[in-house]
Design a protein around this ligand. Sequence first.
Ligand code: PGA
Length: 261
Amino acid sequence: MKKEAGKKKRTRYIVGNWKMNQGLEEIDDFFEALESAGPLAEGVKAWIAPQSLHLERCLAKTRDLGLSIGAQNCFGEGEGAYTGEISPKALQELGAHFCLVGHSERRTLFGEDDALLKAKAKGALSFGLVVIFCLGETLEEREAGKTFSVLEEQIALGLEGLDSDPDQLILAYEPVWAIGSGLSATSEEIGKAHAFIRETVSKKLGAWALECPILYGGSVKPANAKDIFSVESVDGALVGGASLGPSDFRSLVSICAGEGR
Ligand code: PGA
């Protein structure tokens, strides 16, 4: 059910994307370190997406930590003859809270196109998972001046017509050239891209999408987080490398909470 578009307090997020990292021992160490250092800063949703095979372990470890756990990928159907796929229904049953869709590594390394991503987003939403839909241009596209047209196409083909609640759909702007490279976009570049994304989703999806949170992702770390979170339109971050260590993860949550926008 859609909510009326209106004024409400913006929620901020730090979402750790662990990719295909962290073994069972590292997972246990991570959550033990996080727990022993005391509660995370309040006012920020702290989420982690481990490898799917580690979801259950992470869910068990975070029961008392106030963290939400989600998946990095899922299929568009809940069940059926889809050998090897990750079912959004199974994710829901397990207690996963969210799912990433359209991460650039899925788009480029695994050839996931916009139509497939749209089916995945629909499937995940239909089983009550929050979808974090990733968008972003490659370096080549940026240098060719195509950043906005790429974002527009990713929104049009991957999301147009999707009916959701602004609390269920989160956008993540992740310029591909900034992922894992140590290079992050400047505050000005992030501000412009976020403004464009906000305007485009409201046109393509409807006014409700004006309230969808927009995260930034791409080499976010404690050293640059303050600048990034000071951009008005940034509702938090999707973080790869810097989310693997408990102290950086904790710092990112604190920095995100401290900006008090
Ligand atoms: P990074 O990864 O923070 O290591 O650049 C971000 C991502 O891939 O979501």
